[in-house]
Write a protein that binds this ligand. Sequence first.
Ligand code: SF4
Ligand code: SF4
Length: 165
Amino acid sequence: MRFERYGIGIAKGMALTFKHLFRHPITTQYPEERLTVSRRIRGNELVWDKEKCTGCATCAKSCPQGAIQIITSVKAEENKYVVEKFEVDIGYCIFCGLCVESCPYEALFMSYDYERARYRRQELVMAKEGLLLSDKKQPSGYARPKVEATLPKQTLLLDRDKVKK
Ligand code: SF4
Ligand code: SF4
């Protein structure tokens, strides 16, 4: 107990500080340097496959935030629904993934993207044109094992070359 009074505790703390002071940095200088994210990332938007979607609205009913709005019309001659409106308010979305998990036709995906910061809330409302699955919109492998198999392996900080073993 008496040793504590003579600064042993401070010396221990400083020893730990110096140990880390000379360690190679493992931080990432974002946005210049980017790591590959998890293949199952729940990115901050949704990706919608128009061709597979039947307009059943299961995703909208599963959403705890009420963030998905779907309006359909009936195409009687083809005995199917036409999706007139498919809109997601990303400002309300909590990226829980329940809509993606519940879609019976695998027509909805979480996004692989994680950069959707905007200055205005209304810019976070995504209409169907903005959600469409395309070459520029990479879906995440979350709840979609076939997509997951096509994505690159996640980079962990410890995997990087510049980190000393
Ligand atoms: S990820 Fe969750 S909160 Fe976001 S739209 Fe889907 S169900 Fe709703
Ligand atoms: S659950 Fe799937 S198929 Fe049904 S409306 Fe939503 S995205 Fe379309």
